[in-house]
Design a protein around this ligand. Structure first.
Ligand code: NDP
Length: 356
């Protein structure tokens, strides 16, 4: 069950109640392998015209690199003549990169899920966990499509929440045998390596430089809050697949121009990439690449509407920005799983007329 034509009905007597799912509920109900399939359905729906989403609204907090973002979307089913809304919702989230020095997540908020029949607020879910899992799942999907089938050697640049979920996702889609991690703060790379080794029962090697981590890697995931490049094109071996995830603003990037220029580039959504992806926009402004250097969207690749890489030793790049429809599809899946497993807490919030 990954894509629903309508949200399932809650238990009798709970119809007017809103389900609350915590981070632990989300983590339990949304295993990575399932989420990769949910993301495939979400990006196929987007490519087929079955999703509506504006560019996200981002308020930058004055005098800081912190942000507050609103990401609404809806999913539809049916033909052009008889389209119905299956679910709608929004992620409301703060992004405070400095939180990585505290016990708090750098992304905090909720995903709101409404039904398309009566507009009922069906669920409120933790957004930190959904974001961590769905982002890595989309990278997993891109890796399944674009990385060499025999890829075993993984490099991760960054050691935060996304680093851990990306390791999980890469292991779901390829037979990962070697994992190297680099992080700006060496002690964090070492701590991540110890935690990840214990969690996945596989050796994870901390590296002192990013170059050391990526040399001869088959898959590279960049999952840092860096504003300037941490990955250089000349370090990348032929045939490498890169998931560039960390930079989400037009003025920030993790990859240098050479890395982007030598890669066949795919994105989650072209419109978002041309508005928000510094990794691509900075080389475009420099005149190093044209817009059509972006070969297409992952959803279009899934549908066969854009071509895959030309040769086995092409470097491929998936530039991820994160889309509201990914959160919505994850929430739709989680809601169905929560009802089926009687997970979560339901509360009465309102929305019912008391004069009838
Ligand atoms: P965390 O706060 O958990 O981790 C941040 C990581 O970035 C740490 O490893 C930190 O290194 C590193 N870092 C911070 N500043 C720098 C810098 N100037 N240079 C190099 N490394 C740096 O964040 P998450 O793991 O949750 O998210 C990682 C990135 O991914 C963020 O930028 C986030 O906005 C982005 N993101 C993208 C999504 C998408 O859909 N594309 C969705 C969610 C997040 P250290 O601790 O060693 O100092």
């Amino acid at each position: 069950m990954t894509y629903l034509s309508a949200l399932p009905e809650p238990m009798p007597g709970s119809a007017n109640r809103t389900l609350i799912l915590s981070d632990l509920d989300v983590t339990r109900l949304l295993p990575m392998a399932a989420c990769i399939d949910v993301m495939e359905h979400a990006l196929r729906a987007l490519a087929a015209g079955d999703a509506v989403l504006p560019l996200r609204t981002v308020l930058r907090l004055p005098g800081s690199s912190d942000a507050f973002a609103l990401m609404p979307s809806l999913l539809t089913t049916g033909t052009d003549h008889a389209k119905r809304t299956s679910a709608l919702g929004a992620k409301v989230i703060t992004v405070f990169p400095g939180n990585d020095l505290t016990p708090l997540d750098s992304h905090i908020g909720v995903v709101l899920l409404f039904d398309g029949q009566q507009g009922r607020l069906r669920a409120i879910m933790d957004a930190s966990s959904i974001t961590a899992i769905r982002t890595a799942a989309v990278s997993g999907l891109a890796t399944r499509l674009l990385a060499r089938p025999d890829a075993t050697d993984l490099a991760i640049l960054g050691s935060g929440a996304q680093a851990m979920t990306h390791l999980d996702a890469m292991r779901c889609v390829r037979n990962v045998q070697r994992v190297r991690v680099w992080s700006r703060t060496p002690s964090r790379a070492a701590r991540f390596a110890a935690r990840a080794s214990a969690r996945f029962q596989c050796p994870v090697e901390p590296c002192f430089t990013a170059r050391e981590a990526v040399t001869d890697a088959h898959i590279v995931c960049t999952v840092t809050s860096a504003r300037e490049p941490v990955l250089e094109g000349e370090w990348i071996a032929p045939g490498t697949h890169i998931n560039a995830v960390g930079a989400s603003f037009s003025t920030t990037r993790e990859l240098d121009t050479a890395a982007v220029r030598r890669a066949v580039v795919y994105v989650d959504r072209v419109e978002s990439a041309l508005a928000e992806a510094g990794d691509l926009l900075i080389p475009i402004v420099e005149g190093a690449i044209e817009r059509d250097h972006i070969r297409g969207e992952i959803g279009a690749l899934l549908r066969g509407d854009v071509a895959g890489p030309d040769a086995a030793d092409d470097v491929t790049l998936f530039k991820s920005l994160g889309l509201a429809v990914e959160d919505l599809a994850a929430a739709q899946y989680l809601y169905a799983r929560a009802l089926a497993t009687e997970t979560g807490t339901s509360v009465f919030i309102g929305g019912v007329r008391h004069d009838m």
